[in-house]
Design a binder for this molecule. Structure first.
Ligand SMILES: *Cc1c(COP(=O)(O)O)cnc(C)c1O
Length: 502
């Protein structure tokens, strides 16, 4: 299977090149030229496998220049019971009452307590193998812009991996205290972390600029290094996410919740559009998804886009209690546009150019029609996020984090507006303990303790739930990274961090 760029159909690469390179030369994203298609019978076969078996089959169908042994080894090292708490890394909790029929797919049982682990525990294995195949002997330099969770998950996945260095940039005031602490205490000899004075979009734009900065790239080449990306623009990030939608569907079939072939809806709290796009790929491979419900927080650029067909990033940027969704430029939407235009790279390039020069673009009517056929968009502000956490806890005895609460709220809006009671797979993307302050204020009336770890303990005491071990361990961990820089200083920070002169 080959991949081409969303902005240039003639830029054709292998799977390993797509993963090693991260992004295409002209700034486009790599997309598979065709998709494997599964019949109901083949999906039944998947249902007889465990998570790792399902991952090996699905990923194997995409990574055609990998051997099956390489894929098996990657999957077996990534999804261990030791790292994810059990042999099923993404267990389901069912909430079924009244109009709600939710299969809450808990994607946060990995080492950093957010769904990013589902991809970032396996990406280092795929990436080191890809670099060996496609660019033998080079050292890969991973640059990450993070709104909080990607950074930590990438650091944890890539720490002490041979032949790789990783540098993470996060917005100084744009992450939760727990997220900041997770990154500042990161262990490993090949890692560095820097706060930038700006928001997530500044960090992401800064990283994208460095990727295409020819002076910086030349410096790296002199030292036998090359840039790669662990952000969700990398195909190696998206592919592992397709697996858990199939796996969830199979678990629901095996648990008697649905019958093979039944339709489901998918609800995803969305930021960069990676997670929800993975479910769209799954549908195009045969998974019977009827509607994709795209949930945003107050940064509701995607809600407006789905409803109007105009994407307009020129709006107030809100710092919310669901920081991993505080995004105005959703990178992976570009891949959806490519597929909805049947691979019209010229159109996609035009729109992406308009987005960067004019701050907005408008899709054609036929694309708009397809968009609303598949997707439903809604949003939820901070006040309703906390109300949803409280109600879900009081009525269903289910404690969820702020991002998941946005999805639950938007799903409720969807059901009351449309009356559609199709069973829904709802992606739960973080442990409530990652956002202890917001969750604690939602479920108790008591005065808050000052310190983040005291809040974690208070949340545990109030809800009689356990603090995830990796978060509990942070209390005693040594702080290693405290540096801050301006956006303009990012290229120099990268070169310095690599020990190369700016
Ligand atoms: C990254 C993240 C999201 C958004 O996922 P996208 O793939 O960027 O849309 C939602 N919730 C949490 C907790 C996250 O870390």
């Amino acid at each position: 299977m080959k991949y081409n760029s969303t902005r240039n159909k003639n830029a054709v690469v292998s799977a390993s090149q797509a993963i090693a390179q991260g992004i295409s030369e002209e700034g486009g994203l790599f997309v598979p030229q065709e998709l494997p298609k599964y019949s109901l019978e083949e999906m039944n076969d998947l249902c007889r496998l465990d998570y790792r078996g399902r991952a090996k089959k699905i990923m194997g169908d995409f990574l055609s220049d990998f051997t099956q042994e390489e894929i098996n080894e990657s999957v077996d090292s990534a999804y261990t019971a030791e790292k994810f708490g059990s042999d099923n890394p993404s267990p389901i909790s069912y909430i079924e009452s009244g109009d709600k029929k939710m299969a809450v797919l808990e994607l946060w049982h990995g080492p950093t307590c957010a769904f990013k682990d589902m991809a970032l525990q396996i990406l280092p294995h795929l990436l080191t193998k890809s670099v060996k195949k496609a660019c033998s002997g080079k050292e890969a330099v991973i640059l990450v812009a993070t709104s909080g969770d990607t950074g930590k998950a990438a650091l944890e996945g890539f720490k002490d991996v041979d032949g790789v260095r990783i540098m993470v940039f996060y917005p100084v005031d744009g992450v939760s205290p727990m997220q900041k602490r997770q990154m500042a205490t990161q262990k490993g000899n090949n890692v560095s972390v820097m706060a930038i004075k700006g928001n997530f979009d500044d960090a992401q734009t800064g990283v994208k600029k460095i990727f295409t900065d020819s002076a910086v790239k030349a410096k790296l080449a002199e030292h036998n290094m090359l840039f790669s990306s662990a952000n969700s623009i990398n195909w190696g990030r998206l592919l592992p996410q397709i697996v858990y939608y199939f796996s969830a569907y199979c678990d629901m079939v095996n648990e008697g919740k649905i019958t093979m072939g039944d339709g489901v809806n998918v609800v995803v709290p969305t930021g960069n559009f990676g997670n929800i796009l993975a479910s769209f790929y799954a549908m195009n491979m045969g998974l019977p998804v009827k509607k994709f419900i795209c949930a945003s927080n107050a940064n509701n650029v995607l809600t407006d886009f789905i409803r109007t067909g105009t994407y307009d990033k020129q709006r107030t940027f809100y710092t919310t209690m669901s920081p991993s969704m505080d995004i105005l430029v959703s990178s992976n939407l570009e891949r959806l546009l490519y597929h909805l235009t049947d691979g019209n790279a010229e159109k996609v390039s035009e729109w992406m150019k308009a987005l960067s020069t004019e701050g907005k673009y408008r899709v054609d009517e036929d694309v708009k029609a397809k968009l609303t056929q598949y997707f439903w968009g809604g949003f939820c502000d901070d006040e309703n996020t906390q109300k949803t956490i409280r109600e879900l806890y009081q009525e269903e005895n289910y404690l969820c984090d702020t991002h998941t609460a946005v999805a639950v709220n938007v799903y409720e809006q969807y059901v009351s507006e449309t009356g559609d009671k199709t069973p829904a797979i709802l992606a739960s993307t973080a442990s409530p303990y990652k956002f202890a302050k917001s969750v604690l204020t939602a479920v108790t009336e008591e005065a808050l303790p000052e310190d983040e770890f005291a809040m974690v303990d208070a949340l545990s005491a109030a809800t009689k739930t356990a603090v995830p071990a990796p978060l509990a361990a942070l209390k005693e961990a040594e702080v290693r990274f405290t540096a801050e820089c301006a956006v303009e200083e990012m290229p120099a920070a990268v070169l310095n961090g690599l020990g190369l002169e700016a």
